[in-house]
Ligand binder design. Structure first.
Ligand SMILES: Cc1cc2nc3c(=O)[nH]c(=O)nc-3n(C[C@H](O)[C@H](O)[C@H](O)COP(=O)(O)OP(=O)(O)OC[C@H]3O[C@@H](n4cnc5c(N)ncnc54)[C@H](O)[C@@H]3O)c2cc1C
Length: 473
């Protein structure tokens, strides 16, 4: 958001509560090994594709080293426990044609439903590619059509349970149960990776460092280690941000990229209507994750060039119990990094909900260790047994909550499910003059969703006409 506004000539100051900028997009280091938090792969970064056009506009493309995934034919491999009328392994390749082909091999009796779904997917993909939601006034028909829950689409097309489960996986990448995921959000996520999928050749911190340097080279100012805790409003217009050290920064325009529930706490009661406050406070959020970072012997456990998803589709279970797995090289030739991301199971961590990071006590540490052991054991059947595995770190939803101020440790912010589509729509602006929102809750999560959401906010700040003239993505 800062880079976009600074590029457009605004003098911008960024306030970050942590010592380093980057939020969940950055990485941290354990035993000299970079551990990524929130960027494990990125979609649509080939020349001319949508995220690449955003990076080009931001002037960061050349400085972020990337590796293309899928050159061996696989971006994601789903390993499925309890598959229903389908395979126990499914590979998601690059390209729409290859994806349809793999679906038809996996579900040979459902070619008609697959073709019908691909037509919808291709249409969403072309809307994403053309950025119609950013540049065009979409007709209500298209909006209603695209908001249809995935479940209704599957019902209409007569898809089997097995086919739904496979096609529906990307809904979980954005934290929405597949049955309640609006078609466009699902398709936008899936399409972005089918266009092309990439990994950072360096670390998340290297990428966010590039963002920060670019922002500063455009005149942006960064204040770190200070929390914004109050937004001053005079006569319905924002006037300043107060930091936790009492200092105020005058500003005629303020863009909050924190979770909307956190923003609402920074506003005095009388500044927003009670109905708006209630709407934000009652938003349902996407769940959090439990994550394990470990070091393994690189000679024995080589880098895997694609992502692995272990999906347990036991009938009767609410949702899919999934573990996302990456095995990647590190800067140290003898060690590779094993990353496991699984269900956050918020209730398990509830006894520590009143504690803060680093001060939760031994029982919490023991519980984290036990959960990590269980997760490693679950994937050992496929990848292990692991030689010289050393646990580097684990984090829970509480870690994320305290670290980036995300309510309940939500990984992807407000849930864009079909049952709260209206209350999550148009979160970019408020009734207070000069106060806008950006960040993952406003449009969609992930690097692409967050950045595109920032462009939408820029459109509100500039007005659609000036936006069209000045921002040609
Ligand atoms: C485990 C995990 C895996 C993921 N994997 C991927 C992936 O592979 N690809 C992908 O594209 N996306 C992925 N994501 C999602 C992606 O990381 C997020 O969508 C993205 O980081 C959201 O950016 P944001 O700026 O909205 O929020 P954040 O990254 O949370 O940034 C918000 C920032 O605001 C700061 N802040 C909060 N409150 C205040 C305050 N009061 N004052 C000052 N500063 C404040 C925080 O410290 C933080 O730096 C993943 C997320 C998780 C949790």
């Amino acid at each position: 958001m800062g880079i976009i506004l600074a590029t457009l000539g605004y003098p911008v100051t960024l306030i970050e509560k942590n010592r380093q900028v980057g939020g969940m997009m950055r990485s941290y280091t354990r035993d000299g090994i970079d551990c990524d938090i929130g960027i494990h792969y990125l979609g649509a970064l080939a020349k001319g594709q949508v995220l690449r056009r955003c990076f080009d506009f931001m002037g960061v493309t050349d400085d972020i080293p990337l590796e293309r995934m899928g050159t061996g034919g696989i971006i994601d491999r789903y390993v499925i426990r309890h598959p229903e009328n389908g395979p126990d392994v499914f590979d998601l390749p690059e390209g729409f044609g290859a994806y349809a082909e793999n679906l038809k091999i996996a579900f040979p009796g459902e070619a008609g439903a697959i073709d019908a779904f691909m037509t919808l997917l291709r249409r969403s993909a072309s809307q994403l590619h053309d950025l119609t939601f950013l540049y065009d006034d979409l007709s209500t028909d298209i909006l209603i059509d695209q908001a249809e829950p995935l479940k209704d689409v599957f019902d209409r097309l007569g898809c089997s349970r097995g086919l739904r489960a496979i096609i529906g996986v990307p809904a979980y990448w954005i934290g929405v149960p597949a049955d309640r995921c609006p078609l466009f959000y699902h398709n936008m996520t899936l399409a972005s990776y089918l266009f092309s999928a990439w990994r950072l050749a360096g670390s998340g911190t290297q990428m966010t460092g590039v963002f920060a340097s670019r922002f500063q080279s455009l005149g942006g100012k960064i204040i770190t280690g200070r929390k914004a805790d109050h937004i001053q409003v005079k006569g319905g217009q924002v006037s300043a941000v107060r930091l936790d050290d009492g200092k105020t920064i005058p500003a005629g325009q303020i863009i909050s990229t924190v979770h909307p529930k956190m923003l609402i706490r920074m506003l005095d009661d009388r500044t927003v209507k009670p109905s708006y406050r209630r709407r934000i406070q009652h938003l349902k959020d996407t769940p959090g994750f439990f994550c394990v970072q470990a070091r393994v012997d690189a000679g024995r456990h080589g880098e895997i060039p694609h992502n692995l998803f272990h999906l347990d589709m036991k009938p009767g279970r609410a949702g899919i119990n999934s573990i996302f797995i990456q095995l990647r090289r590190t800067g140290q030739p003898q060690w590779n990094r094993l990353t496991l991301i699984g269900n956050g199971r918020s209730r398990l961590w509830a006894p520590w909900s009143d504690t803060t990071s680093g001060r939760r006590g031994d029982q919490y540490l023991e519980t984290k260790q036990r959960e990590a052991d269980k997760m490693i054991a679950r994937i050992s059947g496929a990848l292990g047994p692991f030689k010289s595995l050393k646990l580097l770190d684990t984090y829970t939803p509480l870690t994320i909550r305290d670290w980036v101020n995300s309510p309940g440790g939500s990984a992807y912010g407000a849930m864009k499910s079909s049952d709260q589509l209206l209350s999550t729509a148009l979160l970019n602006r408020t009734a207070i003059n000069g106060l806008y929102l950006a960040g993952q809750s406003v449009l969609a999560p992930g690097a692409m969703g967050t950045i595109l959401g920032s462009f939408v906010t820029a459109k509100f700040i500039l007005g659609p006409k000036r936006f069209k003239q000045r921002v040609a993505l």
